[in-house]
Design a protein around this ligand. Structure first.
Ligand code: F6R
Length: 268
């Protein structure tokens, strides 16, 4: 894993934005895997600014989001479709017919959504770059602890903790879903490159389990240790629990000089 520790959340978003932009410059038709949540907001603001400045375009891309609540319609402001429209899609030049979420239309059998989503990802040629956040409990997407490390897109029940973490976003009289459709862990692992962002002290324990803990379904993000090309961008607070920090910082310095010579980091 390539672990990059930056001073603050702003720098994490800036570097994340630059990595996405680099990909779009080289591959304007890249297939993007997108995430929602608080951590991605600053990154999306940067992508919007780069798009407005004419530095990047999403015109030829297509995107697949990690997850969507079950039982929340796309026009509900709490849906992840609404989040993506608000924070990104409506502000960039993406063709929204090519921006997919694992949504379950009214009357549709939710069990069939997962395999159809997987098929759509395959038809698009697979995901070039998957953005991820990490839950306080180590989840990626809504793959909660104990999720099969070999899982595919399917319905998942959120843990009480995830439900409570997200309750700040719902008013007391509002329906808050306990179910979601999420890309599976194996689906995420199929992405050619993964970029995970984590900021804030409340992520420190999950980050150290992901990077330095044993590979276990009890910390789904730990599976990323098995991926060939993961970049983890952390702020100081989220990196606070890492024992091997000196090595990651040393490696990053070496990589920077290698990148100057060969154009890309070799770390994995
Ligand atoms: C969002 C998602 C989640 C979040 C994670 C972190 O699509 O799948 O795994 O990335 O819960 O959320 P924040 O960034 O709000 O802390």
């Amino acid at each position: 894993m390539e672990i990059i520790i930056l001073k603050n959340a702003e720098k994490v978003a800036a570097m994340g934005g630059e990595l996405v932009a680099e990909l779009l410059r080289v591959s304007p038709a890249a297939v993007l895997g997108l995430a929602t949540g608080g951590t991605q907001l600053a990154l999306y603001r940067i992508l919007v600014a780069k798009c407005h400045a004419g530095e990047i375009s999403f015109r030829n891309t297509c995107s697949f989001n990690l997850d969507e609540y079950l039982g929340v319609t796309p026009d509900n402001p709490q849906s992840y479709r609404a989040y993506m429209k608000r924070e990104l899609f409506d502000q960039i030049d993406i063709d929204q017919d090519n921006a997919f979420l694992p949504e379950c239309d009214e009357g549709q059998n939710p069990v069939l959504v997962g395999p159809a989503y997987e098929q759509k990802i395959r038809e698009a040629g697979g995901i070039d770059l998957q953005l991820l956040g990490i839950g306080v409990n180590g989840h990626i997407g809504f793959n909660e602890p104990s999720s099969s490390l070999n899982s595919r897109t399917r319905v998942k029940t959120l843990t009480r903790q995830t439900f409570e973490d997200n309750s700040r976003l719902f008013s007391p009289d509002e329906f808050q879903p306990t179910l979601a459709i999420t890309m599976g862990i194996a689906t995420i692992m199929n992405a050619r490159r993964i970029l995970l962002l984590a900021t804030g002290e409340n992520k420190a324990a999950a980050v150290s389990k992901m990077v330095e803990g044993p590979l276990t379904a009890m910390c789904p993000a730990s599976i990323l240790q098995m991926h060939e090309r993961v970049t983890v961008l952390l702020d100081e607070a989220a990196a606070g629990g890492l024992r091997n920090r000196d090595y990651y910082e040393w490696t990053h310095l070496q990589n920077e000089s290698l990148k100057d010579r060969f154009g890309r980091s070799h770390e994995s």
